[in-house]
Design a protein around this ligand. Structure first.
Ligand SMILES: Cc1cc2nc3c(=O)[nH]c(=O)nc-3n(C[C@H](O)[C@H](O)[C@H](O)COP(=O)(O)OP(=O)(O)OC[C@H]3O[C@@H](n4cnc5c(N)ncnc54)[C@H](O)[C@@H]3O)c2cc1C
Length: 460
């Protein structure tokens, strides 16, 4: 609970229209995509770094937690105020400050919606590739904090690869600038990279300098259907070893695709075990040739059917199949445990077969889909949380899945972060010494532990 005096001081900092303390309002900031709920004591809507700085200085003095929040679309509970305190919503800091068409850079505030930024630069013939599937509602600040990726990561990389510099309010309230507006820059430690992916635990990002690319001339989208899952997984590696890097290479297994049928008619025969959604982009002549090569590879390695979209409308229909999966999984069971493991591309068949075997052993329904081009598979274990036995089984299955993933050279999270949901498993991947180094960094920047406590490490 915040004392009336603290609420008064916070109100003084942001103005009375920009603080909420009533229960109805707080509920709106108590959850994210994990569906877990923790009520904050207040929500602030600052308009600039100075107001955030003053709020953090007060938090240090009075000892209350502060949790940054973008759109609350995170899948690991990062924006949840697990110890109460103040949620700092960045939604008012939502301006695109500059798009520099000469130097191919942009400067944005953290609350800018990712998709809106992409469309703004595309209007100028430019391209911002990171494309989390949540791009219509997530924020660039949240993307930076989670180092979000998306289907295009296979060719273009993830958010980290486009962040050139940051303005950050440190947990103690000091404001720093990291990085440069230039492509090169090696003065001092790379604090930009430290901040990207730090899940709102090392500072609140208030300005972001982003790298842009020229917009590719054209794209070509295709869908390949495989009666055998292992063949589909193998084809992923074969496409890349044919020396074509698609801009998207998405995998969907049978359980995922069967859920979509009701939402978006795939028209595919139901004996298909897996689909690959593939897109190439670039020079229009070149991508026609690449599409034909990919079609041949798919057919050579076991695809029964390959559809190449003739126009944008058909491409949109193919994408609709992939986009509808996540929301349609609820058909299987009301709750999902959603993990975003990554394995070396060549190990995708071993991972999928192993995950299916583990799920079967625990009598759990599972659906796998995701960014196969970079080995990032979204493993969804579907359960009914009201069934306590099933929920306990799912926890054990997740631990076994993580062990399998690490044994074959993978990582337990490619883009959703650790937050609170993966906290119990961090020690499976990182050594005690590595965790200690990370904790020391946190301790230096946040000596009182007020910024986003209860995340990433079991105890800080
Ligand atoms: C349907 C759906 C599809 C998704 N698809 C993808 C996908 O393809 N790829 C992917 O990577 N993710 C995906 N996500 C997850 C999520 O959208 C991303 O993690 C996104 O980056 C979160 O952005 P947000 O604005 O919602 O941040 P929030 O959820 O509000 O916050 C996420 C974390 O960032 C911190 N944070 C937010 N803003 C700041 C800031 N300004 N400074 C410091 N810390 C901050 C928070 O404290 C929290 O730890 C998906 C989510 C959904 C619901």
């Amino acid at each position: 609970m915040l004392s009336p005096n603290i609420v008064k001081e916070l109100t003084h900092i942001v103005g009375k229209e920009n603080i909420q303390t009533s229960k109805e309002d707080l509920i709106c900031y108590s959850y994210d995509a994990t569906n877990q709920k923790f009520l904050p004591d207040a929500v602030l809507f600052p308009k600039n770094a100075d107001e955030i700085s003053l709020s953090l200085k007060l938090a240090n003095k009075e000892g209350f937690p502060v949790v940054p929040r973008g759109a609350g679309s995170g899948f690991s509970g990062g924006s949840l105020p697990v110890e109460g305190g103040v949620v700092v919503s960045l939604e008012r800091m939502n301006k695109i400050l500059k798009i520099d068409t000469d130097n191919l850079t942009a400067v944005v505030e953290p609350g800018v919606i990712t998709g809106e930024f992409q469309w703004a630069v595309e209007d100028l013939g430019l391209f911002y590739p990171p494309d989390p599937s949540s791009l219509k509602f997530c924020t660039i600040g949240g993307n930076v904090a989670e180092c979000a990726g998306g289907p295009r990561a296979i060719k273009y990389g993830v958010t980290r690869d486009y962040v050139m510099g940051l303005e950050v309010v440190l947990p103690t309230g000091e404001i720093i600038n990291t990085g440069t507006q230039t492509i090169k820059g090696v003065v001092g430690y790379d604090l930009t990279k430290l901040m990207v992916g730090s899940e709102g635990t090392l500072g609140i990002v208030t300005k972001i300098i982003l790298k842009l690319l020229p917009l590719p001339e054209a794209t070509k989208t295709m869908l390949a259907a495989f009666p055998n899952m292992r063949d589909a997984a193998k084809t992923v590696s074969k496409i890349i070893s044919s020396k074509i890097i698609p801009s998207t290479l998405e995998f969907m297994d049978k359980n995922s695709v069967s859920c979509v049928e009701g939402y978006s008619k795939t028209g595919l025969s139901t004996d298909m075990e897996a689909l690959l959604l593939i897109e190439v982009d670039g020079d229009s002549g070149l991508i026609e040739k690449q599409a034909e090569t990919i079609k041949k590879v798919c057919l050579d390695y076991g695809a029964k059917e390959v559809r190449i979209a003739k126009d944008k409308r058909e491409a949109k229909e193919l994408w609709q199949i992939r986009r509808a999966i996540s929301p349609s999984l609820a058909k299987l069971k009301p709750n999902k445990i959603n993990e975003d493991i990554v394995v070396p591309r060549s190990k995708i068949p071993d991972a999928i077969i192993g995950i299916r075997e583990i799920s079967k052993r625990y009598k759990l329904i599972n659906a796998n889909f995701g960014h196969a081009g970079d080995g990032n598979i979204h493993v969804n274990i579907m359960i009914d949380k009201a069934d306590k036995d099933e929920a306990a089984m799912a926890d054990e299955a997740v631990r076994e899945i993580f062990k399998l993933v690490l044994d074959i050279g993978g990582t337990i999270s490619g883009e959703h972060g650790i937050g609170m949901t993966k906290m119990p498993y961090v020690g499976m991947e990182l050594s005690k010494t590595t965790i200690d180094v990370m904790k020391k960094i946190k301790q230096v920047l946040d000596p009182k532990g007020i910024l986003n406590p209860g995340k990433i490490f079991p105890q800080v």
